[in-house]
Design a binder for this molecule. Structure first.
Ligand code: HEC
Length: 190
């Protein structure tokens, strides 16, 4: 598989400056792909952080994720051009709506391996071509804040919500630094 890697933060900053200073300047395809990843990732992460601050038990936050993760994904997608979309997926999903396709699995296995072997490029965004589109994959790893809902010692209250809401749950027992999944944006070939 041919992969191209990106320094996400550098490209993003460049993209934002370009669009701010020149108003109508069009973004390159990779700037666009990375921007859409940031739109979804940034929204979900800031909301999750606010929820965890308001209720450190995580119970408020899990209610929020259960109710809002999919509607927020839909809202972000509604803001994108017709030829683009963005979503989250994982080798082990909680919500079966986030299940990976074959290409996702192939790319995520390479990322997982890269993280396991601590390769320098492990956390970089991958650019992958399919027949119909270009995809950009941003790796996500487990941070301390994720453990409440994806770790080994999930509280019984949170566990109850997970069991109730996700019959196919397979996204617990992760440890700090483990590969959790990706945010993937797709720019269809036109
Ligand atoms: C408060 C509980 C909670 C916390 C904290 C949390 N998650 Fe989740 N996570 C969920 C729930 C619930 C879902 C399923 C929501 C959905 O997509 O419908 C989910 C889904 C996901 C998915 C989509 C794939 C799947 O399994 O369905 C990814 C990727 C993910 N989480 C990564 C993370 C990362 C990375 C962190 C830490 C930065 C984190 N989560 C923190 C509850 C949580």
């Amino acid at each position: 598989m041919k992969l191209q890697l990106f320094m996400a933060s550098l490209l993003c900053t460049a993209g934002i400056h370009a669009s701010q200073s020149h108003g109508t300047k069009t973004l390159s395809e990779s700037q666009e792909g990375i921007k859409y990843i940031k739109m979804l990732g940034g929204t979900l992460k800031s909301q999750l952080k606010a929820q965890l601050q308001a209720d450190p038990s995580g119970l408020g936050a899990i209610g929020f994720c259960t109710a809002q993760a999919q509607p927020i994904t839909d809202e972000v997608n509604a803001q994108l051009p017709d030829y683009a979309n963005v979503r989250r997926t994982s080798l082990r999903t909680r919500n079966s709506m986030n299940k990976p396709d074959e290409k996702d699995i192939e790319v995520m296995k390479e990322i997982e391996d890269s993280i396991k072997h601590k390769r320098a490029a492990a956390m970089m965004i991958r650019k992958v071509n399919t027949k119909e589109a270009t995809r950009y994959y941003k790796p996500l790893v487990i941070e301390a804040a994720c453990l409440k809902c994806h770790g080994e010692n999930i509280s019984p209250e949170i566990q109850a919500v997970i069991q109730e809401s996700y019959p196919d749950e397979n996204a617990s027992h992760y440890t700090l630094g483990a590969f959790r999944g990706v945010i993937v944006s797709e720019i269809k070939k036109r």
